[in-house]
Design a protein around this ligand. Structure first.
Ligand code: DGJ
Length: 717
């Protein structure tokens, strides 16, 4: 429905329990004739509001102005601009060669309202800039925004940034975001909001290990369970920026956008740049925020089926040492414990005997695989498993036939190549011929071997990522990657793709619209993995999260863990193995069969239910659970990562259940169960209690040694 913003300046978008009120009323101020969209309210649903009520909200939110300040009220647009009196980070910055166009003033010339989505046409005639701004409240209550800038003037426009910002109340005083490194992704960090800007940037050409992932800002002490919290996520797999800023004028925003490199976006006449989607969430506690995202993810066309096949990835079992008899034996062992997908990792293609050579040459190495991959693939199929293959399409080793044939396809910003990283460089897939080469090469492999699954790796940052002329092309490279994934999936129905980037270096909400799995970390040590999974779960539903049972001694940390801790930790994502199962004992194999059976019995609920996370007692134990959508059942893990000065540790509420139903709570022991288990009477026998009692009073906390997991099931009786 077309709206005349002069007649209907205020729109109230409502969906999924969220309200977003947007105003384009021109200000009374001389500085504010621009009337670009301003958010008056964002938060829980405000109910049906009449036109006069919306006008009253506008009046109520008009700021006071006093001497010594800007003469008229500054207005914080969704794209913050100095022309509206905003002195903080601008949302649109750029210029023309003659220095003009650096301070746009956007006027709203039209709007289109469709349900809970409004599209604004914004114009700056003098600057020759047109912006289409979409604001939407999704059925799950998520808010999202996206802007597209078009240059309408004859001269080129050099765009530095186009981002959006959403207003926060001053009661949001604490920030949560994430740091990390290889093998330790998504390490949470908290800080206090002060006047100034908490800004996180990714210049890695991928979100990276230290990606803020999402930034949350909420009431002091907000937790999984409680505290109003606002979150923002830049859904983009290249460079990005996220920030929370408070000004001394009493304004606070949470903002984000793509980070553009100098000269990266030069818009000719009629050319456009479109931002990624920026997602906003306002919820009570972090669990609600995660649940809201899962509900949205589960509507995506590319979302995977709940029957996630149990996988075996051979990386930590054989690394680059590929030989048919060993891999065949591994496949047979895997099938014997219930594995459903066999994934051949790095090392299968031409010249790839180690990580120094071969990337780019996507044909099977004839020396190692004289019969091609057929003998292995055929055996895998005979055993009833699907076959998956590792690729790293966007990368190239200087020591490869491809690099020798096309040195001009390697990204660089100058004559010299960028710094090496794992002996590899980045293939410029914005070059149509390079993109087509990959498309054809990978497509041929999929066809020849009937590949159902690609593990798509990306093992370095993009440094000095320029094209043949040295112009930065990270933006285009990122879009070209999405196009390649989409084209391969469209041409090979049923193909699944896993996004891996030396572990969890490329996990974001846009990637989740193209792939079916992500690899959260190369660190499979369950002690570390507990935390990595806990926090990656904040944005990605568990069905996306690759979750493997590795060898007793972690290849990343050297820590040795019990099988029950490794398996009990892995159960909570898309289960797989990454272990030389040929070295596993008969007793281990028997227990692994039980874990696989448990996973298969519970995966439909695990991958459709609601997440619940809690700290238990003094926080030395973590409770993590999934409650079925209809709350008829649930499964929890109680994990200990540390010893505690408290023993015993008091009562443990079991959250998320229907208070009006009675449930049977029971511990599930696989093998001998977790080490050091001192089970209170309820755990040994099982117990029936109303959901209200389980949620409010709880049960006495079992004791476990550190680095152990106890699995609990709950079923309505
Ligand atoms: C990094 C990945 O995260 C690993 O799982 C493995 O696939 C290696 N790359 C292979 O080179």
């Amino acid at each position: 429905m077309k709206l005349d913003p002069r007649q209907t300046p205020i729109v109230h978008l409502r969906a999924g329990g969220t309200s977003l009120i947007v105003d384009t009323t021109p200000g009374t101020a001389s500085t504010d004739t621009a009337s670009q969209p301003v958010i008056l309210a964002w938060g829980p649903d405000l109910g049906d509001l009449s036109e006069p009520a919306l006008q009253a909200i506008r009046t109520a939110s008009t700021a006071t102005v006093q001497a010594g300040e800007l003469s008229d009220e500054s207005r914080l647009g969704v794209i913050p601009l100095a022309s509206s009196g905003w002195m903080g980070r601008p949302g649109l910055s750029g210029h023309r060669a003659d220095g003009s166009g650096w301070s746009p003033r956007l006027v709203c010339t039209g709007a289109d309202l469709e349900g809970s989505r409004v599209t604004y046409q914004l114009l700056d005639v003098q600057a020759g800039l047109d912006v289409e701004l979409v604001l939407e409240v999704l059925p799950q209550g998520l808010v999202r925004a996206r802007a597209e800038l078009t240059n309408t003037a004859p001269a080129p426009y050099f765009l530095d940034e186009l981002s959006v910002a959403l207003p926060l109340p001053l009661t949001a005083t604490e920030i949560l975001d994430f740091a990390g490194r290889w093998g330790l992704e998504r390490a949470p960090q908290r800080s206090t909001v002060e006047v100034g800007c908490h800004l996180r940037e990714s210049r890695h050409g991928r979100p990276g290990f230290a990606s803020p992932m999402a930034m949350f800002c909420g009431e002091t002490g907000f937790s999984f369970e409680r505290g109003r919290v606002w979150g923002l996520h830049v859904a983009h797999s290249g460079n990005g920026r996220t920030w929370v800023a408070r000004t001394s004028t009493g304004r606070q925003v949470i903002g984000g956008g793509e980070l553009l490199l100098p000269g990266e976006i030069a818009l000719g006449t009629g050319d456009s740049y479109r931002t990624p989607w920026i997602y906003g969430q306002c919820t009570e506690g972090l669990d609600d925020a995660a649940r809201q995202l899962y509900r949205w993810e589960r509507t995506l066309p590319a979302h995977p089926d709940v029957e996630r096949p149990v996988s075996l990835n051979v990386w930590e079992a054989v690394y680059f040492n590929h030989d048919l008899p060993t891999l065949t034996a591994l496949a047979e062992r895997a099938a014997s414990i219930g594995v459903e997908r066999f994934v051949l990792d790095d090392g299968w293609f031409k010249g790839r005997r180690n990580d120094r050579a071969g990337l780019g040459d996507w044909t099977v190495d004839a020396d190692v695989w004289p019969g091609g991959l057929h003998p292995l693939v055929d055996r895998v199929r005979e055993l009833g498993m699907e076959f998956g293959l590792w690729v790293e399409p966007e990368m190239i080793n200087p020591d490869s036939d491809l690099a020798r044939a096309h040195p001009e396809w390697i990204m660089r910003a100058r004559d010299e190549l960028p710094a090496e990283w794992r002996h590899q460089q980045v293939l410029n897939i914005t070059i149509p011929a390079a993109w087509e080469y990959l498309h054809a090469a990978i497509g041929r492999l999929i066809d020849e071997y009937g590949i159902g699954y690609l593990k798509w790796d990306h093992n370095r940052d993009l440094i000095e990522a320029g094209d043949a002329g040295g112009r930065a092309v990270v933006h285009e490279q990122t879009l070209a990657c999405y196009r390649l994934m989409d084209a391969l999936r469209a041409e090979h129905p049923g193909l699944e793709i896993e996004s891996c980037a030396s572990g969890g270096g490329r996990i974001d909400l846009e990637m989740l619209t193209h792939v079916q799995r992500v690899w959260p970390s190369d660190c499979i040590d369950p002690h570390e993995r507990q935390s990595i999974m806990r926090w990656t779960s904040q944005i990605a539903a568990p069905e996306y999260l690759g979750s493997h049972i590795a060898s007793p001694r972690s290849h990343t940390t050297g820590r040795v863990s019990d099988l029950s801790f490794r398996a009990g930790t892995a159960l909570w994502g898309h289960l797989g193995f990454e272990w030389d199962l040929l070295a596993a004992s008969e007793e281990d194999l028997a227990q692994l069969r039980q874990w696989v059976t448990l996973f298969k019995a519970h995966r439909p609920n695990l991958f459709s239910g609601d997440i619940v996370r809690r700290d238990v007692a003094d926080g030395s134990m973590w409770l993590h659970g999934v409650v079925a959508a209809d709350r008829s059942s649930a499964m929890f893990q109680l994990a200990t990562r540390e010893r505690s000065p408290l023993s015993p540790r008091g009562m443990m509420p079991i959250p998320g259940l229907d208070p009006d139903r009675t449930y049977r709570l029971q511990a599930v022991l696989v093998g001998d169960g977790p080490d050091g288990l001192v089970a209170p009477p309820w755990a040994a026998e099982g117990i029936e209690l109303p959901g209200s009692v389980l949620g409010q009073v709880g049960v006495h906390t079992p004791l476990l040694n550190p680095d152990q997991v106890l699995i609990l099931t709950v079923r309505a009786v």
